[in-house]
Design a protein around this ligand. Structure first.
Ligand SMILES: C[S@@+](CC[C@H](N)C(=O)[O-])C[C@H]1O[C@@H](n2cnc3c(N)ncnc32)[C@H](O)[C@@H]1O
Length: 244
């Protein structure tokens, strides 16, 4: 797939870097994880047919990698009730933050939940290996952990070795939205995209497109004077191995 690959690069390890647990959880957060999260969690078995996993069959399935506190995921499901969104985030405090906005205190077991949202409280790469071919219409990777040190490049989600998997689960023509404010990661995305021919990669924009809801990390970047870039990468639909 590559014409010119970035410098010698270790493949991404099959482990998650970064935190999955932060502050000690309060009782309300413990309850959200114990009682509400299972009501929304996509199981490994259900991942084999993700459209059928939603209580109401969606017109298409979208996937968000690393939803953080969930503001983008919640805005997308509100704006697109016909779409099913699978939102992935292994960080427990982030999961609690999203769930606390969905469910009033005391109603963790009973509050109605959005029929177009499922959660994968783990590494998105693991989920994608369970997904069938061409099942996703859109993928979001917004302000991924930048891992700016060169020796940590293998930890970055945008990675040459991961592209076949992404191309397999996205339908041909589907869009993969990537945003980052980190200059090292911006250069990295440009370098990885220039060295592959699986995704069509137009130059990134400097303004967030109007239908991309903002995120907490974007707001922080803008407050601190950094300038995000926004890519829409389109799956060219080329066969690139089995991408598993
Ligand atoms: C810098 S935060 C950005 C959060 C959010 N997208 C935003 O813009 O506010 C990156 C998030 O990605 C999550 N993350 C990192 N690697 C991941 C993976 N392999 N699968 C799913 N989430 C991941 C982290 O736990 C973290 O919450």
């Amino acid at each position: 797939m590559s014409r010119r690959m970035p410098a010698p690069l270790k493949p991404p390890p099959e482990r998650l870097y970064g935190r999955s647990r932060g502050h000690t959880l309060r009782p309300r957060q413990e309850k959200l994880l114990a009682v509400t999260l299972p009501r929304l969690t996509l199981s490994v078995d259900a991942a084999a047919n993700p459209r059928a996993a939603f209580p109401r069959t969606p017109a298409a399935v979208w996937l968000e990698v690393g939803f953080g506190s969930g503001e983008h995921a919640l805005a997308q499901i509100a704006a697109h009730p016909d779409i099913g969104l699978i939102a992935c985030e292994p960080f427990e405090n982030g999961i609690c933050s999203l769930l606390s906005r969905l469910v009033p205190e005391g109603e963790e077991a009973t509050a109605p939940l959005p029929p177009n949202l499922l959660l994968w409280p783990d590494d998105a790469r693991v989920l994608m290996r369970h997904l069938p071919d061409s099942c996703l219409d859109r993928l979001f990777l917004l302000f991924p952990d930048p891992w700016p040190k060169a020796r940590h490049a293998k930890r970055r989600f945008v990675h040459p070795a991961l592209l076949p998997l992404l191309a397999r689960v996205l339908r041909p023509g589907a869009a993969w939205r990537v945003a980052t404010d980190d200059p090292t990661y911006q250069a990295w995305v440009a370098e990885v995209m220039a060295a592959q021919d699986v995704f069509h990669a137009a130059p990134p924009g400097e303004q967030r497109p109007p239908d991309w809801p903002p995120t907490r990390y974007e707001a922080k970047a803008l407050r601190e004077g950094r300038r995000p870039l926004y890519w829409t990468l389109v799956n060219g639909g080329r066969e690139v191995g089995d991408g598993r």
